[in-house]
Design a protein around this ligand. Structure first.
Ligand code: HEM
Length: 119
């Protein structure tokens, strides 16, 4: 049987490293950095990591709201959504995630678009 995506990404330690890099990338990405200027960065890193752990088949550790409730009223554009995907791909490359796993993560992220863009 194929290992879960959670296991193939290095389980909680590996995914936490990736999620921290995704958030750091957002803070440096001119397309979206302004969105996070009053954000508690450590809390967001924790939210991103726990969401990612749960969404890839790991333990149910995420305590936040669903994606629609989280992003409702933010008026997020398609360009901003692409910027987040770019940041995720960059973080995965930096953490030596394999091509197959990058594709799987990208697909999972893309599938959330309707709950995030212009909601
Ligand atoms: C598939 C794409 C995305 C995923 C999986 C995602 C996931 C998340 C998660 C898990 C949280 C934390 C919720 C919590 O801990 O309660 C969050 C918060 C947030 N997201 Fe997203 N997000 C995505 C796209 C975007 C985009 C495109 C933007 C706009 C550039 C955005 C802006 C924000 C902001 C501003 C917050 C709140 C930060 C704060 O607490 O101040 N997200 N997102």
């Amino acid at each position: 049987m194929t290992a879960s995506l959670y296991e193939r990404l290095g389980a909680t330690t590996g995914i936490t490293d990736i999620a921290n890099d995704v958030v750091e990338n957002h803070l440096k990405n001119p397309a979206i950095a302004n969105r996070f200027k009053s954000t508690d960065v450590n809390a967001l890193k924790n939210g991103a990591a726990t969401f990612f752990i749960m969404g890839t088949g790991g333990p149910e550790v995420y305590k936040g709201k669903d994606m629609l409730a989280t992003h409702k009223g933010m008026n997020i554009s398609a360009i901003e959504f692409m910027a987040v995907l770019d940041d995720a791909l960059d973080a995965m490359a930096k953490n030596n995630v394999g091509q197959r796993e990058q594709e799987e993560v990208l697909f999972v992220l893309y599938s959330m678009r309707a709950d995030i863009v212009l909601v």
